[in-house]
Structures are given as C-alpha cells and as structure tokens.
Design a protein around this ligand. Structure first.
Ligand code: KIV
Length: 316
C-alpha cells in the first residue's frame, strides 16, 4: 500500500478534509498573496491529527523530538531511523498540511551523495513531502532539488550547530553577520529551496530577508515580519518541563491538565473508585449468581461467553 493512501477506516472524515492539500508551491503562492503561513511541529499520530485538523499549513517532524519526546539534552543524538519512525506516524495522520521531515545531525554533513540517499529514505520510507536541512548547504539543496525533493532551509540559530555556536545564541546581530545571513538565504533560494526557516535572529534582520527573498520565510524567534511562524508543539502547550524562551507563547497548559487527570486516576484506583460496575463487563443476567446466595456464576449457561475479540459486550 502506498504511504500516501489512507485506509478507509484510518480516521473519520473531518470538516477540513475538503480543503486543498498544501504543497510547496502553495506556500509560495501564500507569500505572493500576503497570507501568513502557520506551521507547527508534531511527532506522533495523535498530535499530528490535532494539528492538521486545526488547519495548520505545515507540519514539521522536527529533530526537536530528540529533546521534547526522547528526553535528550540537545538534538544531536536522534537518528535517521528514529526520525523516519516518527515521520511515518505523522504522515498517517495528515491529510491537508505539508509534511516536512527534519534531517537529523550527521545525516547530511558528509558527502552530498550521503545527504541525498538519506533524504530519499524520508520520502520513500516515511512519506515526507519535503525535508529540512540546517545551514547554508547550497550544493546539497541543489542536488535534492534536482532529485525532485522539495527542501526547506534553516538559517540563523541552527540547533545542530550548538557546539560550534557555544550555546543557543541569537545570530546575525552585527551588520556583517546579518549581511552574511541574507547572502546565505538568497543562495539557498537560488539553489531551489522552497521555504526558509529563520530561527533566533533579530526582527529587523528577518524582515529584510523576508522582503528580499522570493520564497517564504517561516520564523521562530525571528519576529512577526516573516511570511509564516512555527513553534514546537510542546512549547505551545507547556509540555517541556522548562521555562519558555522569550519567543514562545503558551496557548495551553497541558502539563497541568494531564497531571491533574493522572493524579485523579491514581487516587480513584487507590480508593477502589475506578473502575465502577458500569465500567465492567458482565455475564448475561441468567449466568450471574443471585446476590447474597453464595452461588457461583454459571459460566456454561447459554450465551454466557463474552466476545473478547471485539468487545461487543460493552453495554452488558
Ligand atoms: O526541530 C525543530 O523543531 C525545528 C523548529 C524549531 C524549526 O527545527
């Protein structure tokens, strides 16, 4: 079965399903029309469905999953196989958004041929519709574009360069580095990149690049003048167990919500308040012992067998 086919029982139709599929050329058209592009990360089926059904245009299976899902200190440890595993789950959930897979550290830092081979894996094995790579890797972007793989560039604060940068620092703060950033952005666009993530740069630098570039910029910590915005899902809903960066806006407190639900559940189990009788399966009435008689249930009574495979007995 093709990865881009959806089994009929995979999910029920949603109101947004009739909207046209977002493609890389569609993002450029949005820039041309001045329509802001919404983007968010997702790493699994459930969150990807929520993000897609909310009408977000681009879903990035970010290598930030190394930190927010797998608990690593930075993004460097996540592997191609892990990223493919998560991209496949996201791809199964998404009908409308453009699905972009982040190529992890080490998967494109050797030869162009190695980078190309790994990118092809994301398209073939995971159903990615584009890949994202960090840094001004113009030759690789050209090779991917020649191989029909849409590319999202990523410049500014590039987390895979954390050791070279000496930490997560705002980039392009001097006229020289801002000029270099703009030159890199133009070179990536010229090489065929379809969009560019700008992370951790002054608003003014991002605004100049956005105005100069023929392709959309998608900002994170780059101010409101980019063509679109992206956030990490776990930042958006407070699931990071860490103080938020300046550019993060928390739209919900999932930590508080989940913590309270989990504590409530534990208390109910400890007080034998869960499950209730109504939440239990039963033998048919004829097979149940009469309460207070000390009799045992008659498991062999006609029709007493509960269908364990389909749980058809939900109401019994
Ligand atoms: O991995 C990621 O989540 C990202 C975004 C922050 C752009 O690269």
């Amino acid at each position: 079965m093709s990865l881009t086919n959806f089994p009929s029982d995979a999910r029920l139709a949603q109101p947004g399903d009739s909207l046209p599929k977002v493609t890389m050329p569609a993002l450029s058209e949005m820039k041309r029309q001045g329509k802001p592009i919404s983007a968010l990360t997702a790493y699994d089926y459930a969150t990807a469905r929520l993000v897609d059904e909310a009408g977000v245009d681009l879903i990035l299976v970010g290598d930030s999953l190394a930190q927010v899902v797998l608990g690593h200190e930075n993004t460097l440890a996540v592997t191609v196989d892990e990223m493919i595993h998560h991209t496949r789950a996201v791809r199964r959930a998404v009908r409308r958004a453009l699905v972009v897979a982040d190529m992890p550290f080490g998967s494109y830092h050797g030869t162009v041929a190695e980078g190309l081979a790994n990118a092809i894996r994301f398209v073939k094995e995971a159903g990615a519709e584009a890949v994202k790579i960090e840094g001004p890797r113009v030759e690789l972007v050209r090779a991917l574009t020649d191989a029909e793989i849409p590319v999202v560039g990523h410049l500014g604060l590039t987390p895979q360069s954390v050791h070279r940068m000496g930490g997560y620092r705002v980039q392009a703060r001097t006229s020289e580095t801002a000029r270099q950033l703009q030159a890199d952005a133009l070179a990536l666009a010229e090489a065929g990149a379809g969009a560019l993530v700008l992370e951790g740069v002054p608003r003014e630098a991002a605004a100049e690049i956005t105005a100069a570039l023929p392709i959309p910029t998608i900002g994170i910590g780059a101010g409101p003048d980019c063509d679109g915005q992206i956030l990490v899902f776990h930042d958006l809903v407070n699931l990071t167990f860490a103080p938020a960066a300046k550019f993060v806006r928390r739209y919900a407190d999932a930590s508080a919500l989940f913590r309270s639900a989990i504590e409530h559940y534990r208390e109910d189990v400890e007080h034998r308040a869960f499950p209730s009788d109504a939440e239990s399966y039963h033998l048919p009435k004829a097979a149940r012992p009469v309460p207070g008689t000390g009799a045992k249930p008659d498991f062999d009574a006609a029709g007493a067998i509960v269908n364990r495979d389909t749980f058809e007995d939900r109401a019994g």
